[in-house]
Design a binder for this molecule. Sequence first.
Ligand code: AMP
Length: 429
Amino acid sequence: MNWDEWNDDDDIDITNEGTDVAVDEHTHVADIHHASFKSLALKPELLRALDDNGFEQPSEVQHQCIPAALLGNDILCQAKSGMGKTAVFVLSVLHLLEPEEKPRHIRCLVLCHARELAFQIQQEFNRFRKHFVDKVDGSFLIKTKILLGGTPVRQDRAALNSETPNIIIGTPGRTLQLLNEGVLNLDYLKFFVIDECDKLLGPESADMRHDVQRIFYKTPHNKQVMMFSATLAEDVRDICKRFMQSPREIIIDEGKKLRLHGLVQYYLQLTEKEKTAKLLEILDQIDFNQVFVFVSKFNRATTLNGILVDEGFPSICLHGQLNQTERLENYKKFKGGNEARIMVATNLAGRGMDFKSVNVVINYDMPVDEDTYLHRVGRAGRFGTKGLAISFISSPEDEKLLEEIRKKFVVDLPVLPDTIDKSLYMSSL
Ligand code: AMP
């Protein structure tokens, strides 16, 4: 199975159903800006694609970052999950990129931590490049390619040798490998983007950071660097800035403002042994479009998913121990929304991934820190829609973390009531 061959337009609902930003007490209207995309002076091809995809108004992060990016500034941006950071760099790069005759050069490199995220970013480029077409034969003028570890490297070599894309989206290891082999040439690069930059450059990711550094040193000095994350601690910001020249720091939401306004959050104190029965009970009781259930380890994901399937739930799992084909298939099944409505996942799926109809996140196992909690629960309530997050608390460490989350994001996080008003987490109600 080749990740590049899957065309998002064929399989996935790319309408923006469920992304209305209804004005109620749970939606933070300030996240959507009243200016129009036209006022950002984007190319007509992009305005048409925005229209096709139902993007009516820029979100706050888009309103603030796109003009700065179009002026050629380096950008370091922190803004909450699910509010359209991807479109910031996708639209900016597509606007600034000059479609070129062959021989083409690689002009943009986007690095991210997970294969599924790379794939999702490619789909975002592909849906917005659709009106940049050759007038004679109708082919796309802008080519994208993903480079992912865990896929046959010879296919990447062959693809890069036969046709140079304008935009590469890659995970650091595979990108570096092909660069070292001389198959990938970044001598003409103009845009260097890192999504979820704290994950790639932060203190816990020394290996990835080294790979990113090595890649960076092989790119031209004169290029535009853009980095994004929902969570960006001071020390990581300093590391990011070492890759940039006089960056525009656009910090839209910090600390308590990172709270997702469409999301209701609860916790439940229980023992380890009670977790599965409680999960089954909750899944029976609540109404959900799609649910993420997060666990701490891949073997727990496999076991729990097996139990849910045995109980008749349309569940699948996603974790780093699955092979590449299974990962892609499960990702697609969940993104498609019909075959699988529950995803049991490890932290692998906890960042950046955008599944529009997820309205419930359950932390079956608590994460290890507040930022990971925020990324996980940010899978629900995307782009101002409503969502529900329930966290199982079963150890003193969990209790401590719960307190830290409450403090950092200034959120109530009460105990799960016996019944929950559906209108709090179902967008259509
Ligand atoms: P992201 O935060 O980039 O993962 O985006 C979250 C979701 O919001 C994605 O499904 C985007 O397609 C969608 N989105 C981003 N910007 C807009 C916009 N201005 N209008 C409508 N939907 C948007």
